[in-house]
Design a protein around this ligand. Structure first.
Ligand code: DGI
Ligand code: FE
Ligand code: FE
Length: 204
C-alpha cells in the first residue's frame, strides 16, 4: 500500500489523488456492506486496493497510453484509439499487474472496466464503478445524494441509475458514446425488468 500511495502521489494531480483516496474509502465502506464472507476482511482489503489503483493511469499522456497498449498487445477499439482517455482503466490494470504485481484478476478487471462498466460485472467491479461516481469529493451531479443512498441499499439499481445519468450527460454534451457504456446500460435495464417485483407478496 505504501509503495502504491507513493507512486500515486507522484503520478497524479493533487485533486486526482484526493479523488483516489475517496474512491478507496468509499469502496471499503461498500465492501463492508456487501462482504460475501463477513467472517474475514479479505474482500474489504481487495476493494481498498482496487479503489486506490483504479485511476493510476489517469494523468498519463494519451500518446503514452496508446504506446503502452500497442507495445503490450492490449486490444483497443477504434473508438478507444480516437478517445484515448477511455484507455486509462486498461492501462491502469496493466500498471497494477506489472509494477505492483497484482495478480488478483477480479481487481484487475475492476480497474479495467471502471469507466464504461460491462455486462455481468462482479461484485467488486460494481463497487469500484459506483464508488468512483459517489465518492465524497465528486463534483455534484443530478441525483448524486440519492445514488449515494441507493448504493448501500440496491447495488444493481445504483448501477442502472449511474449508467442512465452518464448516458444522459454524454448526450447533453454531444459527446460520442462508447458501445460498451450503452451495452452495459442495456444489460442493467434488462436485469431490472426481469427481476420479479416482490413487494405485493410481502404483505406489508
Ligand atoms: O476517471 P474518473 O474521472 O474518475 O471517472 P471515469 O473513469 O468514470 O471517467 C469519467 C469520464 O468518462 C466522464 O467524463 C464520462 C466519460 N465517459 C464514460 N463513458 C463514456 C465516456 N465518454 C465518452 N465519450 N463515451 C463514453 O461512452
Ligand atoms: Fe477513471
Ligand atoms: Fe476515478
Amino acid at each position: 500500500m505504501k509503495k502504491i500511495k507513493k507512486y500515486l502521489k507522484k503520478h497524479l494531480t493533487k485533486d486526482r489523488y484526493h479523488h483516489t483516496l475517496g474512491v478507496a474509502s468509499t469502496a471499503v465502506a461498500m465492501a463492508m456492506r456487501y462482504n460475501p464472507d463477513p467472517s474475514n476482511s479479505n474482500f474489504i482489503k481487495r476493494a481498498e486496493l482496487a479503489g486506490l489503483l483504479h485511476d493510476c493511469a489517469k494523468c498519463m499522456d494519451n500518446n503514452k497510453k496508446l504506446r503502452i497498449c500497442e507495445k503490450n498487445n492490449l486490444s483497443c477499439s477504434s473508438f478507444e484509439k480516437s478517445h484515448p482517455y477511455l484507455l486509462h482503466g486498461k492501462v491502469g490494470a496493466y500498471i497494477a499487474q506489472t509494477k505492483f504485481k497484482i495478480e488478483d484478476n477480479d481487481i484487475l478487471q475492476a480497474i479495467t472496466w471502471h469507466t464504461t462498466g460491462r455486462p455481468d460485472m462482479s461484485l467488486l467491479e460494481k463497487i469500484i464503478f459506483i464508488a468512483d461516481y459517489i465518492e465524497p469529493s465528486r463534483n455534484p451531479v443530478p441525483e448524486l445524494n440519492l445514488i449515494r443512498q441507493l448504493a448501500f441499499v440496491d447495488i444493481d439499481k445504483a448501477m442502472e441509475k449511474i449508467l442512465s445519468n452518464t448516458l444522459k450527460f454524454l448526450e447533453s454534451k454531444g459527446n460520442p458514446i462508447d458501445k460498451m457504456t450503452q451495452t452495459t446500460y442495456d444489460s442493467y435495464v434488462r436485469t431490472a425488468v426481469t427481476v420479479p417485483y416482490q413487494s405485493k407478496a410481502l404483505n406489508c
